[in-house]
Design a protein around this ligand. Structure first.
Ligand code: SAH
Ligand code: SF4
Length: 418
């Protein structure tokens, strides 16, 4: 995708549609919040004989996760009586979609509203879908805001409001699949770019708002349901959890979730990392890398991704590239270079394109794949680190400032995003 300078036009072209909130969740437990054991117990409580519970769970699992149904009425093999009892006690209601935006490059961003929990207010979070020829990646949020304060991250400027529940984490996947026509018998929406394969969402990355390892139990539960072979059945090799480096939970992730791991490294020495990724003060680089070396199943076929945001004059010298190669020696790794995405008020600039390429070439020449992540969906502010909820949505003026900044940067750098 070439980065055009007419961002204002791009933005106008981004289709913005408020989606009706007719399916806002009623006050009943949602079956989507339950793992198999919990669902069996809930069914028994509604009168399903114990002997049948397992079979009923499998049937429900098929309807809910394979076929994407949200209506008990249509579940023909359950028997009318049971369907009525289920509808009385439980729900499969989806969250409200406040906004759906579709970028010129096919990237989609949804703003979801989840109901208040306890004494809190309703919350809003963003989920992003990034289609490519051969894959479609869904970037899922785990928290509203973040307790960490990485200095280059927009989410880091928002205080943690609350953790998302496992239901809310899974719903992002289910509703995205619904909107993309990604359940059997449903057609993909016309007119936007989607991958050519049978599935529209082939991969998920926990790289949206929040630090997933500070919401471990809910993330674990959601990911285990997402990877259950009889349901949504995403392979664990296609699920990547990104962390800023919560070392004890990296060990738990390996043992209890066993998905792919991405580490937001961003600096090659503790002094700089302490500043830009402050959790480093608690878990410094050497401890973090040891957790990576110890991660179960790491091999050349299952490499750890190291994310490295390119900040001009901060971490982008060839000396940094050398240090990076030295640090990662012996770890099967892939290095994702992320051009910094600016946001209003951010104190950094993205490295010059030439410098990013030199950095990438050096790392490549030393044996590490180092793809430069293409910024996607910039016209709808869907890129890494630009996610923030409605409560602090950018004002038009700020957006215009951002666009002007982007246009200037693109012009000066004189590069595309081919
Ligand atoms: N909290 C987790 C996951 C969410 S952030 C983590 O930090 O890993 C997902 C990725 O986007 C991280 O690598 C993060 O460092 C990066 N990121 C954050 N803000 C960014 C920005 N403004 N430009 C580019 N990448 C950014
Ligand atoms: Fe939180 Fe990740 Fe942003 Fe850091 S980069 S503030 S950990 S969301």
């Amino acid at each position: 995708m070439a980065m055009s300078l007419d961002l204002t036009d791009d933005q106008t072209r981004a289709r913005v549609s408020a989606v009706a909130s007719s399916r806002a969740a009623p006050d009943k437990p949602n079956l989507i919040n339950m793992d198999r054991a919990e669902m069996a117990a809930a069914l028994i409580e509604t009168g399903v004989p114990e002997k049948q519970a397992r079979m009923r769970v499998s049937q429900l699992w098929q309807w809910i996760y394979v076929r994407g149904h949200d209506n008990f009425d249509a579940m023909s093999n359950l028997g009318k009586d049971l369907r009525l009892r289920l509808a009385e006690k439980f729900t499969l209601a989806r969250p409200e979609i406040v906004e759906e935006q579709i970028s010129d490059d096919g990237t989609r961003k949804w703003l979801f509203r989840f109901p208040a929990r306890g004494a809190g207010q309703p919350v809003e979070i963003e989920t992003v879908y990034i289609p490519e020829e051969d894959r479609g990646t869904l970037c899922i949020s785990s928290q509203v805001g973040c307790t960490l304060t990485c200095t280059f991250c927009h989410t880091g400027t928002q205080k943690l409001v609350r953790n998302l529940t496992s239901e809310e984490i899974l719903m992002q996947l289910i509703v995205a699949r619904e909107r993309l026509g990604d359940f059997p018998g449903k057609d993909a929406p016309q007119g936007t770019f989607v991958p050519t394969g049978e599935r529209k969402v082939t991969n998920i990355v926990m790289m949206g708002m929040g630090e997933p390892l500070y919401n471990f139990e809910n993330v674990k539960k959601a990911l285990l349901i997402a990877s259950d072979g009889d349901g949504l059945s995403l392979s664990k090799r296609r699920i990547t959890l990104s962390t800023s480096g919560v070392v004890p939970e990296i060990y738990r992730t390996g043992d209890e979730i066993a998905c792919m791991l991405a580490i937001s490294l961003h600096a090659t020495n503790d002094e700089l990392r302490d500043e830009i990724v402050p959790i480093n003060r608690k878990y410094p680089i050497e401890k973090l890398l040891q957790a990576c070396r110890d991660y179960p199943g790491v091999s050349n076929a299952r490499r750890i991704t190291f994310e490295y945001v390119m900040l001009k004059g901060v971490n982008d010298s060839l000396q940094d590239a050398k240090e990076l190669v030295r640090l990662l020696k012996g770890i099967p790794a892939k290095i994702n270079l992320i051009p910094f995405n600016p946001w209003p008020g951010s104190r950094y600039e993205c490295s010059d394109w030439d410098q990013i390429e030199k950095f990438a070439d050096f790392v490549n020449a030393n044996g590490y794949a180092s793809p430069i992540r293409k910024p996607r969906g910039r016209d709808i502010l869907a890129a890494c680190g630009q996610l923030k909820s409605e409560s602090e949505r950018m004002r038009i003026k700020d957006r215009q400032a951002l666009e002007a900044l982007e246009a200037t940067r693109a012009m000066v750098a004189g590069h595309g995003e081919a």
